[in-house]
Design a protein around this ligand. Structure first.
Ligand code: GRG
Length: 279
């Protein structure tokens, strides 16, 4: 995959160290690469070269990997398995895993800043990436999630958490693709809503897969069950949850097909494949 070559090249160029080894271990542990491929698909749909998005695609996958490393730490979800392999702190140690996450987050922005687009577009992309990943985006979602340990009683609470925790980092590459393609603020904002719909659908699907698959098949341990946490399935029932999930995926495909001058077939097909995923 194109993104794997870009990530290898960027990470290999770091000075040799234990933190570099831990960063490479987690980045190459077998993620699905949904977010970088979203960015490439948006660029292609607008008729731009994929290479224009290499730096931001790598950056968004580095941020995705950092968030998983930190989420798995004993202070957060305390998980042993991620992407089908021992989590970073199990393979290395806790301090190295914290640094690997920090390293990926900061190196993501260093990488994004070397994007070859017009500097004004690159700056706009960096601002969106920071907003979507930080305390108005994914980090906000993570704290909402942690606060919900006291008890989730309705699906609206899950919607609020997932809008930020999952939606924002799926929106970022879609929005950045539109920015690099020179689209206006209204169009970029519409891409944000696509990421939010896919994000909520994705999380509801995770809840469904959690009860259908073993941790080994799913590639991660099920901390929701262990923590007796309410999920979309326990709140809505599996059938209603599946209907909500399908509705959200369909809505996102409709929006993707609504952009003028955007060739939507490949991105729509990618969302279809996500809808049919088993891990
Ligand atoms: C620690 C700041 C901070 C945030 C953590 C990512 C995250 C927020 C928590 C991990 C748990 C989780 C289920 C988050 C929702 C986002 C999500 C579905 C992540 C997993 O994405 P995939 O399935 O993973 O695309 P791969 O491994 O394929 O990249």
């Amino acid at each position: 995959m194109r993104i794997d070559d870009v990530l290898q090249e960027k990470l290999n160029s770091l000075p040799d160290s234990r933190v570099k080894d831990a960063m490479i271990y987690s980045v190459t542990a077998g993620g699905k690469r949904i977010r970088p491929n979203f960015l490439y698909e948006v660029l292609k749909g607008y008729g731009c070269e994929e290479s224009l998005g290499d730096e931001f695609a790598a950056a968004v996958e580095m941020i995705q990997t950092y968030s998983l490393i930190h989420d798995d730490l004993p202070a957060m979800d305390n998980d042993d398995l991620r992407r089908g392999k021992p989590t970073c702190h199990k393979q290395f140690d806790e301090a190295t895993a914290i640094l690997a996450g920090d390293g990926l987050l900061t190196y993501a922005f260093e990488t994004a800043s070397s994007c070859k687009a017009d500097p004004a577009l690159t700056a706009r992309g960096i601002a969106v990436l920071a907003e979507m990943a930080g305390p108005s985006g994914m980090v906000l979602g993570q704290i909402y999630d942690m606060e919900s340990e006291k008890g989730i009683t309705d699906f609206d609470q899950i919607k609020k958490i997932e809008k930020y925790k999952t939606g924002c980092l799926l929106s970022a590459p879609l929005m950045i693709g539109a920015i690099l393609a020179g689209k206006n603020d209204a169009e970029v904002a519409a891409w944000h809503t696509v990421g939010e719909a896919v994000g909520l659908a994705f999380q509801v699907q995770d809840d469904i897969l959690d009860i259908e698959l073993t941790a080994e098949e799913f590639g991660k341990s099920n901390s929701d069950e262990r923590n007796h946490k309410a999920t979309s399935v326990s709140l809505l029932g599996k059938e209603k949850a599946a209907a909500v999930m399908n509705g959200l995926y369909e809505e996102s495909i409709r929006t993707v097909r609504s952009f003028e001058g955007f060739q939507a077939d490949e991105l729509a097909a990618m969302i279809e494949r996500i809808k049919n995923r088993r891990k």
